[in-house]
Design a protein around this ligand. Structure first.
Ligand code: DLL
Length: 431
């Protein structure tokens, strides 16, 4: 039933003691970094005065912008020689948010993920096909090490190459898959086209995460694939996947509370909200030596489920992620801010003043179309010129946001003019 029973079923009082010990250590580690030393000083924080868990609310927040400002290594607490790996948040090249890990951090993360997988019912006998991107993104290697720690046979197929995915799945009897819900929707179509029905598939269990999806999508996927789906929440700033995970009872995701202190705040007033109330999730990582992050504003909306879970785990649960408080889009599992797209477009002299980002889902795959108004004199130009310009913009966008968007040119005045707040994003995807 448990991977680490003593920790997973610890009494709340013991868990709080452990959290306080780790928080104190984290604050001391943080004080040794350029970023937090200044941050404590500027905010007149005496870390010695943080002597109870309740005092955490006296600490200021850390934001994604802070990670960018301290790029590349202003938040690193460990000696450089102790760093064994870095990851970065998906979506951006350039100054993305980079996370550092010591060997101890990597080992702890593997245990965290193994524990999460075990709580879904996964065991060492499972063949685990990992269809999340390997590389800077945390979904690939994060689950890879965790599933190996559990003793599963791991098939690191990464994303894409769908026919190969299906062949590996069938030939090696993959019993569990790790996949984004949108790719799962797409892949099942291809599986059907290949002539298989869900009864032919060996997969019993799926681990879904990295992007928002509705309960209806989850249920649809369960019936199309003939499997049980478990929700996995995480973000690169907090290691990656495994921050919170569903257990076999599937009513909310247990937060790994020996690794993190979760809080829910009102995103407007920034005041803490009681358990049960919905607001923005704020997380302090208390079990990472390379890079402590304090009161990180995730921008994700959820609530803490106060009631104890039937499974016997004492770590509290969070509800499914309801949305975000900022405008970050997740397209095919890749995080994109509309402002990134805008900054590319606005550097191109031929581009006029209005544009629109249209997101659709086709056969489970996310598509991005960017409608761009050009200055009128260009429309009398050569078709070749327009094609060249189109390729140039697509190339520029692709190198920044990794995705492969389509760009459509429009005459000036075609898009609805902005009245007040511009509606730049049309998202027709049903999550
Ligand atoms: O997506 C880490 C991850 C990998 C989680 C694999 C789960 C599985 P980032 O690229 O930094 O990290 O994106 C983090 O994705 O703040 C949420 O908005 C969203 N997200 C992640 N998991 C879920 C989920 C990874 N289960 C951002 N439900 C987060 C809804 C999710 N949204």
């Amino acid at each position: 039933m448990f991977f680490q029973k003593d920790i997973e079923t610890m009494s709340r009082d013991d868990l709080k003691d452990l959290q306080l010990t780790r928080l104190t250590r984290t604050l001391a580690d943080a004080d040794g970094t350029d970023f937090y030393a200044k941050y404590f000083k500027d905010n007149k924080i005496d870390i010695k005065k943080i002597t109870t868990l309740e005092h955490i609310k006296d600490l200021p927040f850390t934001t994604k912008q802070d990670l960018r400002t301290s790029y590349p290594d202003g938040m690193v607490a460990a000696d450089k020689s102790e760093i064994v790996r870095i990851h970065a948040s998906s979506g951006t090249t350039g100054k993305s948010t980079v996370i550092f890990y010591t060997q101890e951090d990597i080992d702890n993360w593997a245990i965290q993920v193994a524990r999460a997988l075990y709580s879904t019912g996964a065991r060492k006998e499972d063949v685990f096909q990992n269809m999340m991107g390997y590389g800077l993104f945390t979904g690939g290697l994060g689950l890879h090490y965790g599933a190996e720690k559990l003793g599963c046979t791991v098939i690191p197929t990464s994303t894409g190459n769908s026919l190969k995915q299906i062949q590996m799945m069938m030939d090696f009897n993959s019993t569990m898959i790790h996949i984004t819900p949108s790719y799962a929707l797409h892949l099942i179509e291809i599986i059907k086209n290949e002539g298989y029905s869900h009864e032919d598939l060996p997969v019993k269990r799926a681990y879904f995460g990295a992007e928002p999806y509705s309960l209806e999508t989850k249920e649809k996927l369960e019936s199309l694939w003939g499997l049980k789906a478990y929700d996995c929440y995480g973000l690169s700033e907090m290691n990656g996947p495994g921050v919170a995970t569903e257990c076999e009872y599937q009513h909310g995701m247990h937060f790994t509370e020996d690794y993190y202190i979760p809080e829910i705040i009102d995103p407007e007033t920034c005041e803490q909200l009681p358990d049960g109330e919905e607001g923005e999730l704020v997380i302090t990582h208390i079990n990472r030596r390379a890079m402590p992050i304090i009161r990180y504003r995730t921008r994700d909306l959820t609530r803490i489920i106060p009631e104890p879970c039937q499974c016997g785990r004492t770590h509290r649960r969070i509800d499914r992620i309801k949305g975000r408080t900022d405008d970050m889009l997740i397209v095919g599992g890749v995080n994109v801010f509309p402002s990134q797209i805008e900054s590319v477009l606005m550097q191109i002299p031929e581009v006029g003043n209005n544009y629109q980002i249209v997101l659709t889902r086709d056969g489970g795959l996310d598509k991005m179309l960017i409608k761009v108004e050009l200055y009128s004199k260009l429309f009398s130009g050569e078709l070749n010129e327009l094609n060249r310009l189109n390729r140039h913009i697509v190339e520029k966008l692709r190198s920044l946001i990794v995705l492969n968007p389509k760009v459509e040119f429009l005459e000036p005045g075609t898009l609805p003019p902005s009245e007040g707040k511009a509606k730049r994003v049309i998202d027709t995807r049903q999550i």
